[in-house]
Design a protein around this ligand. Structure first.
Ligand SMILES: Nc1ncnc2c1ncn2[C@@H]1O[C@H](COP(=O)(O)OP(=O)(O)O)[C@@H](O)[C@H]1O
Ligand SMILES: [Mg+2]
Length: 258
């Protein structure tokens, strides 16, 4: 009998995180937006990125999603170093972003929004495969339990929470490595935020790696596993939420002892 570990066991013990950032630095001319930033986001983990306005959170999200190039440092996806040329390059490598402003098309059906820019076609004339897109969309909204009347409903007929649910479904559908969220519930009410948080937790349960920027400290403690704090471009600390408190995180954000 051999004691060679199974492929699954090997993968589990040596599993590489979907995202690893090493020494990320970003300056805009003379303005240092991020001094140096290190982080790993593992599969099935939600990491919150917090900090005051201007701390560098969105800059970091833009770097990981290919919109900005880092001035220095390394980005590793699933154990491989990447250099994104632009946002579509990052998307092609499995990185998807959900923003506060939804980046959805109001007068189109839900399924077209799900496949925006990546529409399914059929036949020699490459006509839109509306049926195929609607079917896949319905499966996905069912899986993530986003309740909408139909995948064929026009987006403008949905509530803000339902729309953000669709944006998250879309990111989930196309992300193979990582889902980034920059203030995904900032424009939503309490009940809608709760629904969107449920969807984010479903995403985690499916093994996604999620990095979420949030101003809402209660939300951070409700859904995240770890938190990383930026203060004016400096990474103050990264903590397990089980090992810190609301007051401590706020003190790290503001730089004032609580
Ligand atoms: N394109 C840019 N050009 C110049 N400065 C920028 C640019 N984007 C962000 N910054 C600066 O970087 C810093 C961090 O901004 P940002 O990442 O948007 O902060 P946050 O999302 O935490 O509020 C700010 O000082 C901001 O003015
Ligand atoms: Mg921001």
């Amino acid at each position: 009998m051999t004691l060679t570990p199974s492929a699954a066991e090997t993968a589990a013990t040596t599993s590489t995180p979907p995202l690893r950032l090493k020494g990320i630095h970003k300056n805009f001319g003379g303005v240092v937006a991020i001094k140096t930033f290190d982080l790993e986001v593992r599969a099935g983990e939600i990491v919150a990125l917090v900090g005051d306005n201007g701390a560098g959170k969105s800059t970091l999200v833009k770097i990981i999603s290919g919109l900005y190039q880092p001035s220095d440092g390394e980005i590793w996806l699933n154990g491989e170093q990447v250099h994104f040329r632009d946002a579509s390059d990052a998307r092609a490598k499995g990185v998807e972003v959900v923003y506060q402003d939804l980046a959805l098309v109001e007068d189109q059906p839900v399924y077209m929004n799900m496949f925006l820019g990546r529409e399914l076609t059929k036949g020699p004339l490459r006509t839109l495969d509306r049926k195929g897109m609607a079917k896949q969309t319905q499966e996905l909204v069912d899986t993530l339990d986003v309740r909408i009347p139909s995948a064929k409903a026009t987006l403008s007929d949905l509530s803000g929470g339902q729309r953000q649910g669709i944006a998250i479904c879309r990111a989930t559908h196309w992300a193979s490595s990582l889902v980034l969220m920059d203030e995904p519930t900032a424009a939503l009410g309490v009940a809608e935020t709760a629904k969107v948080e449920e969807v984010i937790l479903k995403l985690k349960a499916r093994g996604a790696a999620v990095l979420i920027v949030s101003h809402n400290m209660d939300q951070v403690f409700r859904i995240a596993d770890r938190v990383s704090v930026l203060r004016r471009g400096t990474q103050v600390a990264t903590r397990n939420l089980a090992d810190t408190s609301h007051n401590e995180v706020v003190a790290m954000i503001t730089g004032l002892a609580s």
